[in-house]
Design a protein around this ligand. Structure first.
Ligand code: YXS
Length: 259
């Protein structure tokens, strides 16, 4: 059974995450199929792509597949990690990507969502950024993405508490473009997608790329970058990081010691 389904109709691509047994945890295998779908849709010159879970999902995605996080001593969110590749693919895809959200969104899946160009959710949507729950040192581009999306206050609250925020609050914060009733979600999303297909794909693609470049226009000196990497290495070398993963796999609460 494919882990991701895709189709294109009248220039509108749809990619559906199809691994409900694992709550669409972003495993290497699921991400590989989503990346393949994006590649097919780019070849088919999709004017817009809708990224979704199966209709009625209680979980849009449970985030990075914890079973695939490296044990301590290796960066869990390094540049070539599949999750990072997916985020870069959405960011550089030459057409708008709409996240159509029903159900809860966890961890790295929040960043996947927030990286999409337009977010449309129902009231069942919630968003929880969870590195601190597992002891993961979130990566720098990820923190910059969250900072750009949420602002420092809300990013800190979400990262430090790991608590989910409801869709209503996400709308207030400007994280969501639209919050619509469940029964209107598809019609509303595909109506907006159709509007996009009527406009110039070249103009849209270039504006999307310009905005991406401007969003990242905060150069870090090599020394600053190395200092950040040193800080992150302290975390992913820590006992806490190993404990966070072990606790998840053993289905128990982690006992962090700060070591
Ligand atoms: O025990 P089985 O084999 O049936 O599998 C269970 C879960 O282990 C599995 N599963 C996952 N497997 C790997 N990675 C995951 N992130 C993950 N989430 C779930 O799916 C099967 C059904 O899960 P279950 O029984 O818990 O379902 P539920 O409906 O009772 O609860 C759904 C959730 C999403 C509330 C619950 O599964 C959950 O809390 N999952 C973990 C969410 C989370 O903390 N994600 C962050 C992952 S780490 C990450 O994204 C980044 C590294 S970071 O942390 O830095 O952001």
């Amino acid at each position: 059974m494919p882990l991701a389904l895709w189709q294109i109709e009248e220039g509108i691509g749809t990619i559906t995450m199809n691994h409900p047994e694992r709550r669409n945890a972003l495993s290497r295998a699921l991400i590989a199929e989503i990346l393949q779908a994006f590649s097919e849709l780019e070849a088919a010159k999709a004017r817009v792509v809708v990224l979704r879970a199966l209709p009625g999902s209680k979980v849009w995605s449970a985030g990075h597949d914890v079973r695939e996080l490296p044990m301590s001593g290796r960066d869990p969110l390094h540049y070539s990690d599949p999750l990072e590749q997916l985020i870069r693919t959405i960011r550089s895809f030459p057409a708008p990507v709409i996240a159509m959200i029903e159900g809860s969104v966890w961890g790295g899946a929040c960043e996947v969502c927030f990286t999409c160009d337009i977010l449309i959710a129902t009231h069942t949507g919630t968003f929880a950024t969870t590195p601190a729950k597992i002891g993961v040192p979130y990566n720098t581009t990820g923190l910059l993405n969250l900072l750009n999306t949420l602002g420092a206050r809300v990013a800190k609250e979400m990262l430090f508490t790991g608590l989910p925020i409801p869709a209503e609050r996400a709308l207030e914060l400007g994280v969501l473009n639209h919050l619509v009733p469940v029964h209107q979600l598809e019609e509303f999303t595909y109506g907006l997608a159709r509007e996009i297909t009527l406009n110039s794909p070249l103009s849209i693609a270039v504006m999307k790329e310009q905005l991406r470049i401007l969003e990242n226009a905060s150069p870090l000196s090599p020394e600053t970058f190395e200092r950040i990497q040193g800080l992150r290495r302290k975390v992913y070398d820590s006992k806490d990081y190993a404990e966070g993963i072990r606790a998840f796999l053993e289905k128990r609460k982690p006992a962090f010691t700060g070591e």
